[in-house]
Design a protein around this ligand. Structure first.
Ligand code: UDP
Length: 233
C-alpha cells in the first residue's frame, strides 16, 4: 500500500511466527503502521526505505484495512502494537523470556516498574527506561549488555523505527516499535472500551479523549484518495 509492504496474516498466525523467531534468536524488526505512518512514509523516502527493510509491517488501524479493501486485496484483521506487545508479555512470562522496555515519560516508566512484575511474574524485565534520553548510544549499549529476547520501543514514530533500524544488530531478538503502548499499559491513556473497538470507532473515542489526535486523523481523507489512485493503476 503506497509502497509499504503489509503482512497478510491473522493475529494468531503472526504471534506464533514471532514466538518461533524469538525462540530461534532471529533478529526481527516489527513495525505496526497506521495511515499516519503510511502518509509519513509517502512523504519521507528515508522512512519508507526503513519500513521496506523491516521484517514485518502490520496493519495497525482500521484505515489500513479500508485501504486494503480499496486495493482489492483485503487483510484479515488489525494487528496492533499494543495487542501484540501484551500477548508477547504474557507468553514471555510463561516461558521466562527477557524483555527490555524503552520509551514513554519517566513517570510512566516508574509506574510500570511497580506493576509489571506482578502482572507478568515469569518475565525477566532486564531494562525499563524512559524515552527522553540524550545519550542514545548509552541506551543501545545497555540493551546490548542485557541481551533481551524482546525490545519494545515506545518513542513514537518515526523516532522508534529509526532507533531500531540503527541499533537492531545489538541483539538477535525481537525489536518492535509500539508508539503510545506504554502509556496504555500504565493506564494513563485508557484503551477504547470494547464497544467502540467492535464498531471500528476506536479512533473517534481516542480523539474525544485526546484532542491532539485530531491532527492524526486529518490525514485520512488524503490517504484514502492516494490509495484510490493506486487502485486505478
Ligand atoms: N516519546 C518518547 N520520547 C520522545 C517522544 C515521545 O518516549 O522523544 C513517547 C511518548 O511519551 C509516548 C510515545 O512516545 O509514550 C508516543 O506516543 P504517541 O501517542 O505519540 O504515539 P502513537 O501511539 O500514536 O504511535
Amino acid at each position: 500500500m503506497l509502497n509499504v509492504p503489509f503482512i497478510k496474516a491473522s493475529r494468531a498466525q503472526f504471534l506464533s511466527t514471532l514466538q518461533a523467531r524469538i525462540d530461534h534468536q532471529q533478529n526481527t524488526f516489527v513495525v505496526t503502521a497506521n495511515p499516519e505512518i503510511v502518509m509519513y512514509a509517502h512523504q519521507h523516502a528515508d522512512y519508507l526505505r526503513l519500513l521496506q527493510h523491516a521484517d514485518f509491517v502490520t496493519p495497525d488501524g482500521v484505515g489500513i484495512l479500508d485501504g486494503a479493501k480499496i486495493l482489492g486485496d483485503p487483510l484479515p484483521e488489525r494487528i496492533t502494537g499494543f495487542d501484540t506487545m501484551t500477548a508477547l508479555l504474557t507468553w514471555g512470562s510463561d516461558h521466562h523470556k527477557a524483555a527490555y522496555f524503552v520509551g514513554a515519560k519517566p513517570e510512566v516508566i516508574d509506574f510500570l516498574r511497580d506493576i509489571l512484575p506482578s502482572h507478568y511474574p515469569g518475565l525477566n524485565i532486564v531494562g525499563l527506561r524512559d524515552g527522553y534520553f540524550t545519550d542514545e548510544q548509552a541506551v543501545a549499549d545497555d540493551i546490548a549488555a542485557k541481551q533481551p529476547d524482546m525490545v519494545f520501543a515506545a518513542l513514537g514514530f518515526p523516532k522508534q523505527e529509526h532507533f531500531i533500524a540503527i541499533h537492531r544488530q545489538a541483539v538477535n531478538g525481537l525489536w518492535m516499535g509500539v508508539g503510545g503502548s506504554f502509556d496504555a499499559l500504565a493506564g494513563t491513556v485508557p484503551r477504547a472500551p470494547e464497544f467502540w473497538q467492535k464498531h471500528h470507532l476506536e479512533w473517534a473515542y481516542r480523539t474525544l479523549k485526546e484532542p491532539k489526535r485530531l491532527k492524526r486523523i486529518a490525514v485520512i481523507p488524503r490517504y484514502l484518495r492516494l490509495v484510490r489512485q493506486q487502485a486505478k493503476h
